[in-house]
Design a protein around this ligand. Structure first.
Ligand code: SAM
Length: 405
């Protein structure tokens, strides 16, 4: 598909280039913020799976430069208009209201810290610390903690941030294979990796936003997240194609269960012994967080005892192997998160094609991928003389010929 044709079919791709965003994903974060006011009272943020960097650009423009977008900008405009109208009523001065001028100068925030991580290199963004690392690898925790707090000593073995963060966002996506179940499984592993990192660095009251693929059993995942956050929503921004299984979980007010301590040596989603401590014993399930998370990812069960809080002891009880229940009896730990479609209704529809003016000039992407995973394949194809290789010219190609190395 040519650039111009893509401009027509994907309004957000075109807008991203026009507005200087490195990827169309920027609009997803902006539309999530419009709905959930994600950036209010936020100065310390971790952006996981951040390349090429459009979410980091949003963070930079909102937190470092102090620009306002979406709902905040509208609220300011409304307040200004109200002020002007009050002025008219109180003075009796019936001068027409001046056309809306820029409402406020940008207000950069103080003590902003933003750390962005990806497997791929991220081109530098002023004021943002970028790390090239795998979020599923335990060695990434000390790297992140050091980036957040230069005094952090990796020898201390601590996996908790001394200076925690207000918001963790993750737009992580694997290279999609097209095999639906496999893609959903790999995506869920990325989500657990993001959650485990978030648990190490979030401050109580903090927020966690992450991409999910809505598949079978996603309601178990919502129930798991509910262990740690007071409010959990699933949101679909208008810039995310309706035809895609992609959505975002928006988890607000981080309230880890009493006594819970995060550790990537015993990560949620793969480990067996993490305690589930409940904030409110009455409300919470008597099945350990470890058990539930284990079930979601692998469907298998472990017989090691887990620790749970129970309503009658207000403390800790050991669960024995017989307390573990198979998936089909876990209906009580499923929970349907409220689903919210977000983004202004007047915003572009990401599944629609739009007519472009005759004089439309298609712009180049702001930030071509720095080291895309398919780079080597392209180089090999070029070296072989094109799509099917020089040796194949004039010859009928078979399916086997077309398989990339
Ligand atoms: N939010 C980004 C933006 O606005 O520019 C776009 C993120 S892109 C959809 C998904 C990213 O996830 C890719 O850059 C990919 O390299 C990254 N990713 C996938 N698996 C990862 C892993 N295990 N660790 C770190 N990053 C990973």
């Amino acid at each position: 598909m040519g650039k111009s044709s893509k401009d027509k079919r994907d309004a957000y791709y075109r807008l991203a280039k026009e507005q200087g965003w490195r990827a169309r994903s920027a609009f997803k974060l902006l539309q999530l913020d419009e709905e959930f006011d994600l950036f209010s009272n936020v100065t310390r943020v971790v952006d996981l799976c951040a390349a090429p960097g459009s979410w980091s650009q949003v963070l930079s423009r909102v937190l470092i430069k102090g620009e306002k977008f979406g709902r905040t900008a509208w609220q300011d405009r409304e307040a200004k208009l109200r002020e002007q109208m009050l002025g008219v009523f109180s003075t009796g001065n019936l001068e027409p209201i001046a056309p809306s001028e820029p409402v406020e100068l940008p207000q950069p925030r103080k003590d902003v810290k933003i750390v962005s991580i990806d497997l791929q290199p991220i081109s530098p963004l002023p004021g943002i610390i970028t790390l090239r690392a795998d979020i599923t690898h335990p060695a990434t925790v000390p790297l992140l903690l050091k980036a957040l707090d230069p005094d952090y000593d990796p020898q201390s073995g601590s996996q908790q941030a001394a200076q925690p963060v207000d918001l963790v966002i993750s737009d992580g996506a694997p290279d999609v294979t097209g095999l639906h179940d496999l893609d959903i499984y790999v995506q869920s592993q990325l989500l657990f990796a993001a959650l485990n990192l978030a648990l190490c660095v979030l401050k109580p009251g903090g927020k966690f936003v992450a991409k999910i693929f809505r598949g079978k059993n996603v309601d178990i995942l919502y129930a798991q997240l509910k262990i740690f956050f007071e409010r959990v929503h699933v949101a679909k921004p208008r810039s995310s194609r309706a035809s895609s299984v992609e959505a975002f979980i928006v988890c607000l007010n981080f309230q880890p269960p009493k006594g819970f301590s995060a550790s990537l040596e015993e990560p949620l989603g793969v480990g067996f012994r993490l305690p589930q401590m409940t904030k409110d014993n009455q409300e919470r399930s008597a099945i350990s967080a470890t058990t539930i998370l284990q079930n979601h990812t692998t469907g298998a069960w472990d017989s090691s005892p887990a620790v749970v809080a129970s309503p009658d002891n207000d403390g800790i009880t050991e669960l024995q192997a017989e307390d573990y229940r198979p998936l089909d009896r876990l209906a009580d730990v499923r929970w349907i998160a409220p689903f919210i479609a977000c983004g202004d209704l007047s915003a572009f529809d990401s599944d629609a094609s739009y007519r472009l003016p005759a004089d439309h000039v298609s712009l180049d992407p702001i930030q071509p991928p720095t080291a895309p995973p398919y780079k080597r394949a392209l180089e090999m194809r070029k070296a072989a003389g094109g799509a099917y290789g020089k040796t194949n010219i004039g010859k009928t190609t078979t399916k086997a010929d077309r398989v990339m190395p």
